[in-house]
Design a protein around this ligand. Structure first.
Ligand code: ADP
Length: 303
């Protein structure tokens, strides 16, 4: 069984359901509101753990009620939370997620504590990283902490997975040099490479551009179309499962966490692990919220 460490964001999500998105200056009523655990980092950790992986988390919350609730939620998942710092006089990260009737979402984020943990806190978690097969990061928390964690992982011979979300136009070259696998969605791919991915030719072009940044394994998620992968020795599209999506929040996070639970550290089963990621995320998009929608391995029906 893989051991996975995720470094990244933990947020308290407030999900608001609406018939349509508000225009500037418009006031609308919502049809539902609920709070749940979220943040790309925490979602990916929950997805990995619910697929049966030993999972640890490195991140931070504030010293408020939301922080205490989120720590409790992750502990109940049996995720190792010893790497999570509680930072005084700082708010826990929060996200306001609006979901319309078409299943589209718009999200506002207050990063809070997610941007208040740095290299010093990461250095204290060296053992967690060294005891993992994979280290996963995103761009919803402080970059210097992520870079320090990737440096520790590579020194220990571990594999690193970067989900470049939300996308940065310029990613530090030092971080890319230490990235084994990059997993952007179509929009993030375009922001990073300048190439709009519309067909197989543009996917190959974008993958080549990402390889030129020094990354060996490229996986581009394509929403309801599935995921494209490209390495020096293999490439292809693994189609998505056909389902009715009601809320795509955390689709990518579920894909990444679930994939990391199945992927052999030598990448020998890459298409199979992607298929498992597609299956887990196809379940996540059929219900509302981030962490509430992430399936357990036992919920998945394999054909
Ligand atoms: P993100 O959530 O980061 O924008 P994507 O939209 O590309 O990422 O979705 C990630 C994965 O979730 C896809 O590769 C696919 O497996 C699954 N997925 C997303 N939307 C759907 C959908 N409408 N139907 C089935 N699977 C989906």
């Amino acid at each position: 069984m893989n051991a996975v460490t995720v470094i990244g964001s933990i947020n308290m999500d407030t999900t608001l359901r609406l018939t349509k998105m508000p225009k500037p200056g418009e006031t609308l009523h919502t049809s539902d509101i609920f709070h749940s655990g979220g943040g790309k980092g925490a979602n990916q950790a929950v997805a990995a753990k619910r697929s049966g992986t030993n999972t640890a988390f490195i991140g931070a919350v504030g010293d408020d009620n939301e922080g205490a609730t989120l720590l409790d939620l992750l502990a109940k998942e049996q995720i190792d939370i010893s790497g999570i710092s509680t930072i005084a006089d700082t708010a826990t990260g929060q996200a306001m997620i609006m979901v319309d009737n078409a299943g589209e979402n718009s999200i506002l984020i207050h990063a809070g504590a997610n941007n208040a943990f740095h290299e010093a806190e990461v250095q204290q978690q060296k053992a967690l990283i060294e005891n993992s097969d994979f280290l996963i990061a995103q761009f919803e928390s402080s970059l210097d902490a992520t870079l320090a964690a990737f440096t520790l992982a590579k020194k220990a011979g571990k594999k690193t997975i970067l989900n470049p979300a939300p996308a940065l136009e310029t990613i530090p070259t030092e971080l890319l040099a230490q990235t084994d696998v990059i997993i952007p969605n179509g929009t993030e791919t375009e922001i990073i490479t300048g190439i709009e991915v519309t067909d197989e030719a543009s996917l190959f072009q974008a993958a080549t551009a990402l390889h030129q940044l020094g990354i060996e394994t490229v996986i581009i998620t394509l929403g309801s179309k599935g995921a494209f992968y490209h390495t020096a020795t293999q490439h292809g599209i693994v189609p998505a499962f056909k389902v009715k999506a009601v809320d795509t929040t955390a689709a990518g996070d579920t894909f990444i966490g679930a994939l990391s639970s199945q992927l052999n550290p030598d990448f020998s089963n890459l298409p199979e692990a992607i298929r498992y990621g597609n299956l887990a995320s196809s379940v996540a998009v059929q219900s509302y919220g981030a962490q509430p929608s992430i399936p357990h391995r036992t919920d998945l029906t394999f054909e």
